[in-house]
Design a protein. Structure first.
Length: 527
């Protein structure tokens, strides 16, 4: 029997029909664009933005690199903390460049600005990730599962293990210390989440999470794909001009499912074999069988997958920035060492029971998060309904992002010379931590704030305090063999992530006693 060709086959084989289809799609798109533009004009004006060009709007004003700097400069030039860029198709891209704007929209009106990207939710099927999941009952239920199964005290021995091994590996390191830091954060997450012991930076479980994070970062680079402005485009076949997002989405979908399930299935096998190391996953899988319904198991699999991703980028990049800051500012490193020595009496290494008791260490961490935030702009939010902020109209469907790096560089909030690394800005005149100031925007806003923030802060504190207690970080040397100049150091943006420049430095025990502490600690790891 002769089969009739499918609609997509006809389009593939007939150029004239493809042309007609393209013209039809363009006509529909232009009609929607005109309708939305007229609707916006009736309701009020958008936030100010560059003039742009006919048809393409501000397409050429959207940067691919140093986004936060470009947006911050636009805000200064336009005299407004909230600005907009018109996309060639669909609604505008709204950028919030101050804490006041971000708090007003993302915190106080979180019910409106809680939507996420179509390409991530539906085409990639990454909606199980809390950072991407739209706010609603499903999101609330997922947060409950997180708080039920991911308790911070449980993971502390794994944090101590990761830090102790990092200290030991840093001592002989002459090059590529950033790989050791990535391995340390990966060890902590994989060990506490799944009981997986990563031995080197090329471990497939460590590499998997890094690949996913970089892929998602690039997917959000220009505020999302056009399909996020016009969800109807998700039905367009991948061969159609401009529909390259379909192929990318399929690749991301496969990677996303691997991140969610591969490590969990590994633990399921170990539990069955009786070889599992105690972790969040094994604790659940060895729990009461009544609790282990298929639905609950799938939810736990997803929630530990969230942990797998939550700190893999932010914590790693924060610790790399800390090492760079110490290598650039030996005087600050010395002051931090003196603060740790005074608190601990120079008789032992820090433990997590010391967390929050050494103000200058907390100030160094806050300044590291503020000075060079790991994520420069938030994952795009979508406006679920029309809204008005001040004199400005924000249409339903607008893509809204907060410029985190600009917010953390605000001299009105953090004092003069925010381009400089100065932990003292977080200290009071009597040597205490200034609690009226914080670096929390580095973790996002409101209900979208990173669920792993407490976990990340503890691991960061343990690493920073331990390094200051036991190691002298040498001066930062660039690829040209010359000392890096703090005034001219440039970070390397990749999507929304902020990478320190490559550099080398030495790691020397502060004393023979410190060397002994590091060796002893690494030989006594308990879970």
């Amino acid at each position: 029997m002769t089969r009739l060709p499918t609609f997509s086959q006809v389009l593939e084989n007939d150029a004239s029909i493809r042309l007609v289809a393209g013209i039809s799609l363009l006509t529909v798109t232009l009609s929607l664009l005109l309708s939305r533009a007229l609707g916006a004009r009736r309701r009020g004006s958008l936030p100010p933005g560059p003039p742009g060009y006919p048809i393409v709007g501000n397409l050429f004003d959207i940067p691919t690199d140093d986004k936060w700097k470009v947006y911050a400069q636009m805000a200064r030039d336009l005299g407004s903390d909230i600005i907009s860029l018109r996309l060639p198709i669909g609604p505008s891209l709204i950028i919030l460049n101050s804490a006041a704007c971000a708090d007003a929209l993302f915190v106080k009106r979180s019910a409106i600005y809680s939507d996420r990207m179509v390409v991530l939710q539906e085409l990639v099927q990454a909606g199980w990730n809390l950072a991407i999941m739209p706010y609603g009952e499903t999101f609330k239920a997922a947060r409950k599962v997180w708080h039920k199964h991911i308790d911070v005290p449980f993971c502390r021995p794994h944090a101590v293990m990761a830090v102790n091994r990092l200290l030991q590996e840093l001592l002989p390191c002459k090059k590529d210390h950033d790989k050791l830091i990535r391995l340390a954060t990966g060890r902590f997450i994989l060990s506490s989440g799944y009981g997986i012991q990563a031995e080197n930076s090329e471990d497939p479980f460590v590499s998997l999470s890094e690949r996913w994070i970089k892929t998602i970062s690039h997917a959000t680079q220009r505020g999302g794909f056009l399909v996020d402005s016009f969800p109807i485009l998700k039905i367009v076949p991948s061969w159609f001009p401009g529909a390259g997002f379909q192929k990318k989405a399929q690749d991301m979908k496969k990677l996303t499912e691997e991140v969610r399930t591969v490590a969990f299935k590994h633990v399921q096998k170990q539990v069955a074999d009786g070889t599992a190391i105690r972790s969040y996953a094994s604790r659940y899988l060895e729990s009461s069988k009544e609790e282990q319904t298929p639905e609950e198991t799938d939810a736990v699999c997803s929630i530990i997958g969230n942990m797998y991703l939550a700190g893999a980028d932010t914590t790693e990049l924060t610790l790399r920035s800390f090492i760079l800051a110490m290598a650039l500012h030996p005087e600050i490193q010395k002051k931090g060492q003196e603060a740790v020595d005074k608190a601990l009496g120079g008789t032992r290494m820090p433990t997590l029971s010391d967390f929050g008791t050494i103000p200058y260490v907390d100030a160094i961490i806050n300044e590291t998060l503020r000075w060079k935030p790991a994520v420069t702009v938030t994952i795009p939010h979508g406006a679920l309904q029309d809204d008005v902020y001040g004199d400005y109209f924000i249409p339903k469907g607008s893509i809204v992002i907060a410029n985190i790096a600009a917010i953390l560089s605000d001299e009105k909030a953090y004092g003069a010379r925010t381009d400089e690394f100065r932990p003292e800005r977080f200290m009071t005149s009597d040597g205490l931590l200034n609690k009226s100031m914080n670096s929390n925007p580095a973790f996002g806003y409101g209900r979208r704030q990173c669920t792993g923030m407490a976990m990340s802060r503890e691991l960061t504190w343990m690493t920073v305090a331990s390094v200051l207690c036991s190691i002298d970080v040498g001066r930062a040397v660039g690829a040209d063999g010359k000392l890096l100049n703090p005034a001219t150091v440039e970070y390397l943006p990749s999507g929304s992530l902020n990478y320190p420049p490559p550099f080398d430095c030495t790691f020397t025990p502060r004393s023979e006693t410190a060397r002994h502490w590091i060796e002893e600690a690494s030989n006594h790891v308990h879970y």
